[in-house]
Design a protein. Structure first.
Lengths: 424, 328, 358
């Protein structure tokens, strides 16, 4: 009983809500097997909100309060984090884990709190007709698969007939996502698809890479996360696979994925949903946030791939809140209002330039039916000598004629299973 | 030779190499289990801790920087200079010996004579503890470990086999280095336990605690020694695995790959750990090569255990384990 | 003063062999049950139900199950996560294939299915013993997870391989799915936990339980006095897996609502439940509850205290949590290797004599 009382007391302290502020939870993972990816993303996410607080006094004059909770990429901790933060007036969630997303979709839908799963999570959530509270703009996994195929299609002058593509994937819900899309595309364009699963955590890929060496596919595309990426890049270097024919998706294309392989990783390509580069906003974060000692991390991640992506996610969230404030004419928005804001979100080049992130992402707008955004991605290449990613292409469109029916099929199955009526 | 056979041969050789890497981890388990009856689950985390310490020292990082910064508000991260690999390795060995002494002094001294399952649990507690400490000390970002080991395809073997069979075999230089280092390590361990006073004491303790105690061998001393040796083996394993994948949390999971090796080889036998590692390495590689594509792949994780299980049904104490004699 | 047996007369064998021989204990037990069923459902909110009480009750069921195997029968198993996955996937297949089936039957059938699988993987225990068996059960763990990951039939051919629990109700109250009331979910799990704990208590003090304990203490001797090791070991595996399967089913349907085999039922789960059993106390039903409470509540408490009261950043708090949990486990094992249940028994022993210790 005494323990219970202590816990209750501790719970009270933790749950002391500051309702006046805009509460934004950050369910991050700075520990555990995926910490290397979780840290820079969370740094970017938090630092951008801190910048808004310090520079503009928040959004629409309302200060932002960031509530952090450590999930360790563990689904149960994710649920615990969600339940403990939702009572504090959390406006939207960005869990950065496909597993946690699946737990949160039904909960957030029931509680009426929007969920933004940027480029991960449940792909068919792009259908806003069925998933009222879930958004996955600006692009999803199936877009990524299609963007990759479109890019190599262009490299090969429009034909992939007789080529072989090997998909090296994390053997989990996340890694299996692109299979169906790639299968359809392989039929459409006549290339062979080899599937090579790698079990968690992905420390050992010797056999997979021996197979790649034997069968000599023209392209290898990787759906990895965590240590699997580093090992795969190293193994590719070891077997002397041509690195410019080795592509990662956007969760397999950060600095820490290629650095351990050193010089050999030069030329490795990866998709990205944001452009990189010297954005003016980084200077502002450096002076306003980091130099003032307010940074979420050590500050060494500024400008890295995942930092930029986290910052981009924060920008999209802030813009949605701003839109919500305009729609409802109040600075103190509720989660339901933020959802309206997300659904009316419009990102234009002019607005991005105004925010000091010119061209960071594609222009897109969200609507009641379309929660998926532009579905575009870029391709970037690793320059080992300069130790930086070089953007190779402009934003490439995905093939909506392939993806839209898949999304419709999957979301309708979900709607039928859960008795959801189309609402648009 | 037909292609399939060549491929199978290549897969087997690579499997052998992987097996050596497993054996490196398994060795640490055997050392401790033999001398003290403790099934040390923390061996994997020890490898992680050793590798992180090595990288941290090499890069001249300040331990507990994050903690110091958030308590005092300072901004320390590095001491400003890098330390050569060989010196860093020696320092890490010193840290591992200190760790061994602490573990014995604080934990296992008080658990002498407990049931094996309790000791096992204590090592899991130790694993948690060490995991937290190593993250606190060095942060949880991924680090690149480079102590100058060669890496990449071995051209001589590639060329040689290409000329002989028309198909170049792939063998990683790092794997070759690992095999050589493992051989040296085992030779040194065996020499140590056979020809030194401490080694003989170690074997005496492994044989019979009571008898060893009665001829004046200090159990405490031997156990610290064994934990130190296991720490050094963990460091070697950490260096090998860390050079392959970078030093990060997943390194601690290699302990799981060592368990089927132990089952197969027996918990008490050093040659068993080596042979077990080789069998598991080849077995799982060949299975993945031959059967994997038919049933969807990614079979390595469970097949190692099933293979070991199949062996155990016929020899319940492992291939080289001490025969279990049961009396009422 | 109140806690003593003086004046508490027993006039029958039944009264003499009851679980709580001391009147005060009995009343405390009735009070806890009454509070659990009558009071808590009305005062808990989402957070308490979803983040604390549900995992506590479900893990307690799993811990009782594992305790039967490890604590009573002496067979160490590290396959708990895999067996929980069997329960979860059985309940998912049943829920989607037979939408009219009620949740109680689904949950019990999941337990039965897991018991069958458990017996199959328990067969090697007849030859393999000790740590060798512990590692051998890992074969079950890894194989089952791989199976649920690879064979699309198990997750109804969904694109990602995730399974999610549709809404099902009992007596008109939704107990699964997001719309379910927290107190309905809590009560549903509580009924299972209570019934299973009661069953376990009575099994373990009956002839079956005595056979298990004979095997645990020395299997050869037990065989000589006429205990059939095949029956005893396999029945322990069956009963244990039944419990674990029910825990897995509830874990997926009521608590998580969606699951993926690798992350929800991985090897860490096996270790976690084993922890609960050992921290709580081997061979004790109360210990299973205490162990589950300890392992579920401690991290939450630590996070709340470290980040809430001390204002540390949550990553740092998490690292410390590892250090503290690990340290506490070692501390407990050093101070009292027989777990919380033993500490509790010692405390009761002292209380009985208080205030006259001699």
């Amino acid at each position: 009983m005494k323990t219970l009382a202590t816990i209750a007391a501790a719970g009270m302290i933790a749950a002391g809500p500051a309702l006046a502020d805009l509460v934004i939870p950050d369910l991050h993972y700075r520990t555990g097997p995926y910490a290397a990816g979780g840290i820079p993303f969370s740094d970017g996410y938090q630092d951008y909100f801190t910048l808004l607080n310090e520079r503009d006094g928040g959004i629409g004059g309302e200060r932002i309060e960031i509530v952090t909770c450590e999930t360790g990429y563990d689904t149960e901790r994710g649920v615990e984090c969600y339940e403990s933060t939702k009572g504090q007036g959390s406006l939207l969630y960005q869990p950065l884990s496909t597993g946690i997303t699946y737990q949160l979709i039904p909960r957030a839908t029931a509680d009426g709190i929007p969920l933004h799963t940027m480029g991960y999570g449940r792909t068919s959530a792009a259908n806003g007709d069925v998933f009222e509270w879930v958004f996955n703009y600006p692009a999803n996994y199936w877009d990524a698969a299609s963007v990759f195929v479109n890019f190599i299609l262009e490299e090969n002058g429009g034909s992939l007939e007789g080529q072989t593509v090997a998909l090296l994937y994390h053997n989990s819900a996340y890694g299996r996502e692109p299979i169906r899309t790639l299968e359809l595309l392989s039929e459409q364009y006549g290339f062979n698809l080899i599937q090579l699963p790698v079990d968690h955590p992905g420390q050992e890929q010797g056999n997979q890479w021996l197979q790649i060496r034997r069968e000599r596919p023209d392209y290898v595309v990787m759906w990895g996360w965590g240590v699997m990426n580093q090992v795969a890049v190293q193994e590719a270097v070891n077997i002397r696979f041509p690195m410019d024919h080795f592509y990662g998706n956007w969760w397999a294309g950060a600095e820490h994925d290629v650095m351990p392989a050193g010089e050999g990783a030069n030329g490795y390509r990866a998709l990205n949903m944001t452009r990189l580069g010297d954005l003016p906003v980084f200077d502002e974060i450096q002076t306003v946030v980091l130099d003032a000692g307010l940074g979420a991390g050590e500050g060494n991640n500024l400008g890295s791939v995942l930092y930029t992506r986290g910052m981009y996610a924060a920008m999209l969230a802030a813009e949605a809140i701003r839109t919500a404030q305009e729609i409802h004419g109040t600075a103190q928005v509720t989660p339901a209002m933020v959802r309206d804001g997300m659904e009316a979100l419009e990102i234009t080049d002019a607005r991005m330039a105004e925010l000091g992130m010119e061209g960071i992402g594609p222009e897109f707008s969200v609507s009641c039916t379309d929660h998926g955004g532009a579905g575009m991605g870029i391709v970037q290449e690793w320059n080992a000598a300069e130790q930086q990613w070089v953007t190779l292409s402009d934003f490439i469109e995905s093939d909506a004629s392939v993806i839209d029916p898949l999304i419709a099929e999957d979301s309708e199955a979900f709607a039928a299973e859960n008795g959801i009526e189309p609402r648009c | 030779m037909p292609d399939q056979l060549l491929f199978a041969a290549e897969v087997s050789i690579n499997g052998l190499m992987t097996g050596v890497m497993y054996a490196l981890v398994a060795l640490g388990f055997v050392l401790i289990y033999k001398a003290s009856g403790i099934f040390n689950y923390a061996q994997g985390v020890m490898a992680l801790f050793a590798a992180m310490t090595l990288v941290g020292i090499q890069e001249g990082r300040v331990p507990f920087a994050h903690l110091i910064n958030s308590i005092t508000g300072a901004h320390v991260s590095t001491v400003g200079f890098e330390i050569p690999a060989i010196l860093a390795i020696l320092l890490t060995v010193a840290v591992m010996v200190g760790f061994a002494w602490l573990v014995q002094k604080v934990v296992f001294k008080h658990l002498v004579g407990q049931e094996p399952i309790i000791l096992f649990m204590a090592t899991i507690g130790l694993a948690y503890f060490l995991e937290g400490v190593s993250d606190l000390m060095w942060g949880s970002e991924i680090r690149t470990l480079d102590v100058g080991l060669p890496q990449g395809i071995n051209d001589a073997i590639d060329q040689g086999t290409f000329n002989a069979f028309g198909y170049g075999f792939f063998i990683d230089n790092l794997d070759i280095a690992a095999a050589i280092i493992a051989a040296i390590l085992v030779a040194v361990l065996i020499a140590f336990s056979q020809y030194t006073k401490q080694g003989r004491a170690m074997r005496a303790v492994a044989d019979d605690h009571q008898a060893a105690l009665s001829v004046g061998i200090s159990l405490n001393y031997v156990w610290v020694l064994v934990w130190s040796l296991a720490g050094i083996v963990a460091l070697v394993a950490g260096i090998m695995w860390g050079s392959k994948s970078g030093v990060q949390f997943s390194l601690s999971l290699i302990a799981l790959k060592a368990l089927p090796v132990l089952m197969l080889g027996g918990f008490t036998s050093i040659p068993g750990a080596i042979v077990g590692g080789l069998i598991i390495g080849v077995g799982e590689a060949l299975f993945e090569f031959a059967v994997g594509p038919l049933i969807g792949g990614a079979t390595e994780n469970w097949f190692a255990y099933v293979l070991a299980l199949a062996f155990l049904v016929f020899r319940p104490q492992g291939l080289f384990g001490e025969r279990i004699i049961e009396r009422v | 003063m109140f806690y003593r047996e003086a004046g508490d007369f027993k006039t029958s064998y039944a009264a003499d062999s009851q679980t709580f021989p001391i009147a005060f204990d009995r009343w405390r037990y009735y009070f806890v049950i009454a509070a659990g069923f009558g009071l808590l459902p009305f005062i808990i909110n989402d957070y308490w139900s979803n983040a604390i009480l549900l995992p506590f009750l479900i893990y307690a069921i799993a811990a009782i199950g594992l305790n039967i195997l490890v604590g009573y029968c002496g067979q160490v198993s590290l396959g708990t996560g895999g067996f929980m996955a069997v329960g979860a996937y059985t309940s998912y297949k049943l829920m989607t294939a037979f939408p009219w089936l009620d949740m109680v039957s689904i949950t019990i059938l999941s337990g039965v299915m897991t018991a069958i699988v458990g017996v199959a993987f328990g067969l090697p225990s007849l030859r393999i013993k000790g740590f060798y068996l512990a590692v051998a059960t890992l074969a079950a763990q890894f194989f089952l997870i791989w199976l649920f990951n690879r064979v699309p039939w198990f997750f109804n051919y969904s694109a990602s391989g995730q399974i999610s629990a549709p809404e099902r109700s009992l007596f008109g109250q939704a107990v699964t799915g997001p719309a379910a009331d927290p107190s309905a979910k809590y009560l549903f799990c509580l009924v299972f936990a209570f019934a299973l704990a009661w069953l376990a208590r009575n099994l373990t003090r009956g002839s079956v339980g005595r056979q298990w304990m004979a095997i645990r203490d020395m299997d050869i001797a037990a065989e000589i006095i006429g205990v059939n090791p095949l029956r005893a070991k396999l029945s322990a595996f069956a009963v244990s897996s039944f419990y674990v399967g029910i825990a897995g089913a509830l874990f997926f349907t009521v608590y998580l609502g969606a699951a993926e085999p690798g992350t929800a039922f991985g090897i860490q789960k096996s270790f976690l439940v084993l922890f609960m059993v050992i921290i709580g106390g081997l061979g004790s039903i109360f210990g299973s509850f205490a162990g589950a409470a300890f392992m579920v509540l401690l991290p939450v408490l630590l996070t709340n205290v470290l980040t809430g009261a001390f204002g540390w950043d949550s990553a740092l708090a998490r690292h410390f949590e590892f250090v503290i949990v690990g340290g506490l486990i070692m501390f407990f094992l050093i101070v009292e290797p027989h777990g919380l249940a033993r500490l509790w028994a010692l405390a009761k022993e002292k209380l009985r004599l208080w205030p006259f210790p001699h």
